[in-house]
Design a protein around this ligand. Structure first.
Ligand code: GTP
Ligand code: SPV
Ligand code: MN
Length: 649
């Protein structure tokens, strides 16, 4: 009987790496002639076997490894990644690792992400003539096949093909969905083990030969065969991320990074997820979920959509500064939400871990994240310290005196001297959600948690108040559709331009945004028919700046003051004043007691007529350019009403 490790080499004893204990029994069997080095083909349902066989025939791997999800397996893969130089141990912590990627592969690539449908209009709105669409990219079925044929044949030669069975959502939840990711990256396997429920239980769930979302991933090999950084193979020139909703299928080539390669996340839970949700009558959204308990012990759950790198993880794990309040975290990035039989909106977090932005995270801003990431965490593109720890912008006060810093590119780095940031701005930690000290007791409830409010928000340096409430559900849907935010390092966009990012979903829609709006509008009726109410909708902005470029609001834990106002509004307190854009807190109704910094309330809540006239015009232009045929009338009416109200200011 060959030993599992015999099929992986080279494997020198790695310093500081976890000890290998027992390894799973390897049974030498095969699928269509491809040897299986872990697991057995008999574990796979007929449909999974077919999918694996087809993928192997296309990609021509040396061998197949059916992932079981065990700790032994994970340790073995980490040891192998270490020996290949992909990751290095961080002995300051417990089972933590640092990966450095090829500098050409550091973020999602929105321009190379496509939705494939028979007709273009199913996937994306048709923009006005001469205008470039900015609500996703469409690819025809023919070009989809060609894209695969130009990249995948033989792309796993010399590599192991991992078969990763995973569940988005708790395995037993009726709201969960199952996927199989096929990948040639052990880094992806280990990250998927953190981010999803992964392993043999999922195969058991598929034993009835039920369907699953097909996720094929390869880091690829450049066309000239030359891999510039062997520890991080990728093919940036030909990277492509494809989705075919009709077949519940994802095909991703060329990148090993984040949302490009951890296919359960944006590709499945949002793009494919939103198309399944549309069919089945629920919502798949780019939202955090938090529970907040007030000083009376009354608990409510809130979901919030902010664009990438705009504060979801921070809000989800917040330490409230307002006395007597408690926040608990259900999820930090994705919410699957459905009205139950009583018309109550319920949400699950389909993920099992956090893939969080590192820079800016510190004991001062997000102590709960800092406590989450000291064991079993994979860091990517952060800086390291000579005492075996990590470093990034924002951690200056936590540096042990005298330590040396190595930046994300592996070069020596000196605070206040080096020109470039120590950590890549989109560097990330990948940590199990269960390790979060304030994880909500109900975070894995099969039925999901009841949602009382939905928040939209973004980085708006000007004009947009700290918080305002929508007048109605359809006004709230309009606010979501008109969301704008400064671009961040989470994708390939350069500079800090204000971009439209409706529902924080611009990069993640799986179908035409006009149909998506219609679907959202229809939710109110869905709630009413079941005897319930749709939640209240709010817009928040932690990022408004004064004339000198300084944030007007301290943010982070102080955002509890805004949540306090929001839950008082949910409880029906009349603590608001009506304005043309919606309801803002009435004078003095935001609790600022004990705030250790003076805030300029007047500036924070001002609604400059000139700014809003321009905003209304720009939203109109956006709709006219991007959705000349697809904008629901109701949303057009909401904009016209807003315009009328602002003009009368
Ligand atoms: P994705 O994982 O990309 O979807 O991002 P996210 O929405 O979870 O963003 P995250 O919470 O990681 O925040 C991104 C950046 O915004 C970090 O550098 C934070 O420090 C910063 N940030 C978060 N909340 C606040 C806030 O209330 N005020 C200010 N000024 N900055 C904040
Ligand atoms: C985002 O960009 O919104 C993320 C990170 O959450 S990634 O998984 O790379 O999409
Ligand atoms: Mn995100």
């Amino acid at each position: 009987m060959p030993h599992l490790l015999d099929h992986y080499q080279p494997l020198p004893a790695a310093m500081g790496s976890p000890k290998l204990k027992t390894v799973p029994k390897a049974i030498y069997n095969h699928l269509r002639g491809f040897p299986i080095v872990n697991g057995e083909h008999a574990q796979l349902s007929a449909k999974v076997q077919d999918y694996v066989e087809q993928s192997a025939a296309l990609c021509q791997p040396d061998k197949i490894h059916i992932v079981d999800g065990s700790e032994e397996e994970s340790n073995m893969l980490l040891t192998m990644l270490h020996s290949q130089g992909t990751i290095q141990p961080l002995p300051k912590y417990d089972n933590c690792w640092l990966a450095r990627t090829n500098p050409a592969d550091v973020a999602r690539v929105e321009s190379k992400t496509f939705i494939c449908t028979e007709n273009r209009e199913q996937a994306i709105p048709t923009p006005k003539e001469g205008i470039k669409g900015a609500l996703g990219n469409w690819i025809s079925p023919e070009d989809y096949d060609t894209a695969i044929q130009n990249r995948f044949p033989g792309c796993m030669k010399g590599r192991t093909m991992y078969v990763v069975p995973f569940s988005m959502g708790p395995i037993a939840s009726p709201l969960s969905k199952v996927g199989i990711e096929i990948t040639d990256s052990a880094y992806v396997v280990n990250s998927m083990r953190v981010m999803t429920r992964m392993g043999h239980e999922v195969l058991d769930k598929l034993a009835d030969n039920s369907d699953f979302v097909k996720c094929l991933h390869s880091v690829g090999t450049p066309a000239n065969g030359k891999i510039s950084m062997p520890s991080w193979p990728c093919d940036p020139e030909r990277t492509i991320i494809l989705h075919k909703p009709e077949n519940n299928e994802i095909v991703s080539y060329g990148s090993g990074y984040g949302g490009n390669s951890l296919l359960g996340k944006k590709c499945f839970a949002l793009r494919i997820g939103s198309t399944i949700a549309k069919r089945e009558g629920w919502l798949a959204e780019h939202m955090l979920i938090l529970g907040i308990t007030n000083p009376n012990g009354d608990k409510k759950y809130i979901a919030a959509a902010f664009p990438s790198a705009c504060g979801k993880t921070n809000l989800a794990m917040m330490n409230p500064t307002l006395p007597g309040y408690k926040v608990e975290c259900v999820g930090d990035d994705i919410a699957w939400m459905k009205f139950d039989s009583k018309g109550q909106l319920r949400a699950i977090n389909p993920e099992n871990g956090f893939f969080g932005v590192a820079p800016g995270t510190s004991s001062a801003t997000n102590p709960n994240a800092m406590k989450t990431i000291h064991k079993n965490t994979i860091f990517t593109n952060v800086a390291s310290t000579s005492d075996g720890g990590v470093f990034w912008e924002g951690m200056e006060d936590e540096l042990t005196p005298g330590v040396q810093i190595t930046d994300w590119l592996g070069q020596p780095w000196t605070p206040n001297q080096s020109k470039n940031p120590a950590a890549h701005p989109n560097s990330r930690f990948c940590a199990p959600a269960s390790q979060c000290p304030i994880i909500d007791p109900a975070w894995e409830d099969n039925e999901g948690v009841p949602i009382s409010a939905i928040l939209f928000g973004g980085r708006r340096p000007e004009g947009v108040p700290l918080v305002y409430e929508a007048n109605s559900w359809s006004h709230g849907v309009f606010i979501g559709s008109a969301m704008r935010s400064e671009s961040t390092a989470a994708a390939e966009h350069k500079g800090k331009v204000i971009m439209n990012d409706p529902f924080a979903m611009r990069p993640f829609f799986g179908y035409n945004f006009g149909d998506y709006l219609q679907h959202w509008l229809s939710m109110e009726q869905r709630a009413a028919q079941a005897g319930g109410d749709a939640p209240k909708i709010f817009h928040v902005n932690w990022f408004r700046k004064d004339g000198h470029g300084k944030f007007l609001w301290p943010g982070f834990g102080e955002n509890s003051r805004v949540l306090d106002w929001i839950i008082r509004r949910i409880d029906g307190e009349e603590c608001y004043q009506q304005t043309p854009i919606g309801r803002i807190p009435s004078q003095g109704s935001i609790n600022l007691d004990g705030l250790n910094q003076r805030v300029d309330e007047k500036q924070l809540f001002s609604i400059p007529k000139k700014f809003w006239l321009k905003e209304v015009d720009e939203i109109k232009q956006y709709y006219d350019n991007q959705l000349p045929h697809d904008l629901p009338q109701q949303i057009g009416n909401e904009l016209q009403d807003l315009k009328n109200r602002v003009e009368q200011m």
